[in-house]
Design a protein around this ligand. Structure first.
Ligand code: FES
Length: 159
């Protein structure tokens, strides 16, 4: 049995094989693999005896259930009102330039994914972003560039 098969089977054993089990199973897959691959979706459909389209529909409906692999560093820029008023668009533009990707994409080397998120509870220090679990606040384009450069340097020295 492949790893994905085994994972899905384990989750189905744990959560059951009804429609209500679909979301917890998908969450379980994301928890384990950080995203839901096509293979995993097919496997879930098989276990629950539903169509792969139903699984795909649910997985893509909930934006937190990623269907594409995420980068090693997931950047989530706050898109909520205070950060928006403090220039989050400029921050995103800078990140897109530095990383050479658009919002929602992952760099070719699989290191960085750029996403938006809702309020991070740092409104008084906006614009704010998270890189994995690390918050960065009072962002300016210059500061963002520096933060990303530091991550890149860290990556080079780790190799
Ligand atoms: S509005 Fe951005 S952190 Fe709250």
């Amino acid at each position: 049995m492949t790893e994905v098969k085994q994972l899905v089977k384990g989750l189905a054993d744990q959560h059951g094989r009804t429609m209500e089990s679909l979301l917890p199973i998908l969450q379980g897959i994301v928890h384990q693999e950080q995203h839901i691959s096509e293979d995993a979706m097919v496997e879930v459909a098989r276990e629950l005896n539903i169509s792969a389209a139903q699984v795909y529909g649910t997985a893509t409906f909930y934006s937190f259930l990623h269907t594409k692999p995420l980068g090693k560093y997931v950047i989530r820029v706050c898109k909520t009102i205070t950060c928006m008023m403090h220039g989050k668009n400029q921050i995103i533009k800078e990140l897109e330039t530095v990383l050479k990707i658009n919002l929602g994409e992952t760099t070719h080397d699989g290191k960085f994914t750029l996403l938006e998120t809702n309020c991070l509870g740092q409104c008084h220090k906006g614009p704010a972003m998270l890189i994995n679990d690390e918050p960065y606040t009072e962002l300016t384009p210059e500061k963002v560039r520096e933060v990303i450069m530091n991550y890149k340097k860290k990556e080079i020295s780790a190799n």
